[in-house]
Write a protein that binds this ligand. Sequence first.
Ligand code: ZN
Length: 264
Amino acid sequence: MLLVIFTLLGVAIGSFLNVCIDRLPAGRSLVYPPSHCDACRHRLSPKDLIPVFSYLWLRRRCRYCGAPIPPRLFWVEVGTGFLFAVVYWHFGLSLEFLVTAFYGSLFIVLGVIDLEHGLILDKIVFPSAVVALIISVFLPPTGMINFSLPWPLVGIVNGVMGGALGFVYLSIFYIIFRTIFRQEGMGQGDIKLAALIGLVTGAQLVLVAITIGAIIGALVGVILLLLKVMKRKDPLPFGSFLSLTTIATLLWGSDILNWYLGLF
Ligand SMILES: [Zn+2]
């Protein structure tokens, strides 16, 4: 029962994430004007705003002008619903559930904006870093290196160490991709993003998130090059891959790390 409720909550929040994804890169307000069709500017009625279902009912077109509704609106809603379901399944009703659902939503916004615009927005990353620091006081990053530090320092120190490590680690990838592959896809925004990921995941798991993100990014890049979908100079949205692997790391990072360490 709760699983269904949290899935629906996730879908509703996904609908808000779509507003963030649409409006933040353009520097528009999140609350004003109310939701409208981007093609004909007609204000949407409550019926048009029911997530997922309105998209299916309206046959993917605006009810007023017939302009196609971008499929992303649908996928972000479904994806966020799925995220909330998995996070609830994984953590149960707990502080971890709340925090992970929040971070998951944040990285969906960051990842999709990078996919669509090739941008990691400072105005999302910087305030999120402050929020992550505050959260680390109450819920220290999982998979942290254990220090015998008193509360509240233990969470903050682990978060800051993770952030610094993420910054340094992605800088290395950045230099490699720039000099060896001449790939411009990885930018300074990705380095800031890596620092935020470290703040969120802590010093151990930031390595998991970034390593897997870079591997998947490189693999997808090579495949797209071979299929000639992409040219060598085309940017790859590394921030999108990093966002995706960060969400996975928040859920299964410790398991992945233990499995990897068990290989030796
Ligand atoms: Zn319209």
